[in-house]
Design a protein around this ligand. Structure first.
Ligand code: P6P
Length: 337
């Protein structure tokens, strides 16, 4: 039986992939793992303790904040502050960047963008939720880090990952050399390597989209949905429709089984709903590293200009052949492109 390899051991082992690494990124990834274990503990008992429900405040998008959203945000910011490797945190839960200006973080060179508890509206109904994180190296080299350090294109990410708090807690991340998944073993309190070198199937047979918004979808999306539903034995259609309403859970399933996740523009979200910096870019980095494809229907997600911290984007990501087919239909209905 092969020896268990913990997240910490794996991170240290892979540090040799980065000849100039001095251990800061390794420490940062371990700090995130620690906070994820604390959040998982609370998510797992959310129904038992007074941590459900709303706290009467809203985040920068006008969305009501739940106790667990705020708790998770505090845990990640606290772990990153104590770890000393991060100089700015950009969070879905904070309108403005959180500048970490402490003795230990004075020379920190990493920026972390995070959605601390994605899909939190599912907590009350016991459906999987997740954390999404993205790590950049600061561009500015002197003085305190500045907000422009957090407005880098997705292609500049040095690492990205997610935690899915589901039937088991899993942490999946990439540093640009493939994707690896770790499952939390509660008996030892460690994330252990369970899914080495994750690859998404090139072909998939699951499409994931909120069809309740159908009337508001672009014509290319409507055509793609109809394509998924047509009977065609050769291409194993109709595909299955699976939509959890928690991006991390939908994407994790698609990486393992194959599939496409689409959140297009809609009437209520003319630029898309999902945020580029701490949802689309990290997930796109992971999907590409797993052999998949991630665009906004036209442009590669990782190449998109980042103009503001909470900028939104449409997203089509998953099995390469499925995303290519959806893009073909988007172009068919956008002749001006
Ligand atoms: P809708 C959760 O709020 C989230 O940000 C993603 O996790 C999820 O995929 C999406 O929004 C669900 O949005 O409009 O379908 O409920």
């Amino acid at each position: 039986m092969s020896a268990v390899k913990t997240l910490g051991q794996f991170i240290i082992e892979k540090q040799k992939d980065f000849p100039y690494a001095k251990g800061e990124l390794s420490r940062l990834l371990r700090d995130i793992g620690i906070a994820a274990k604390i959040v998982n503990r609370e998510v797992n008992k959310a129904g038992l303790v007074d941590i459900l429900g709303e706290i009467g405040t809203t985040n920068s998008h006008g969305e009501s904040q739940k106790k667990l959203d705020v708790f998770a945000n505090e845990q990640f910011i606290s772990a990153l502050t104590c770890g000393g490797e991060c100089c700015i945190v950009v969070s879905e839960e904070n309108d403005d960047p959180v500048y970490i200006d402490s003795e230990v973080s004075r020379d920190a060179k990493y920026i972390v963008a995070i959605d601390p508890l994605d899909g939190s509206s599912n907590i009350d109904v016991n459906v999987a939720v997740g954390t999404i994180f993205s790590i950049y190296r600061r561009k500015s080299t002197v003085g305190k880090a500045v907000v422009e350090d957090a407005l880098q294109k997705g292609i500049e990410q040095v690492a990205a990952g997610y935690v899915v708090y589901g039937s088991s807690a899993m942490l999946v991340y990439t540093t640009g050399k493939g994707v690896n998944g770790f499952t939390l073993d509660p008996s030892i309190g460690e994330f252990c390597l369970s899914h080495p070198d994750m690859k998404i199937p090139k072909e998939g047979y699951i499409y994931s989209i909120n069809e309740g918004n159908y009337v508001h979808f672009p014509d290319g999306v409507k055509k793609y949905i109809k394509y998924c539903q047509v009977m065609d034995k050769e291409t194993q259609r109709p595909y299955s429709s699976r939509y959890i309403g928690s991006m991390v859970a939908d994407l994790h399933r698609n990486i393992i089984k194959g599939g496409i996740f689409i959140y297009p523009t809609t009437a209520s979200a003319p630029r898309g709903k999902l945020r580029l910096v701490y949802e689309c870019n990290p997930m796109a980095f992971i999907i590409e590293q797993a052999g998949g494809r991630a665009t906004d229907g036209f442009e590669r997600i990782l190449d998109k200009e980042v103009g503001s911290l909470h900028q939104r984007s449409a997203i089509f990501l998953g099995s390469e052949n499925m995303v290519l087919k959806a893009e073909e239909m988007m172009r068919d209905f956008s002749p001006e492109l």
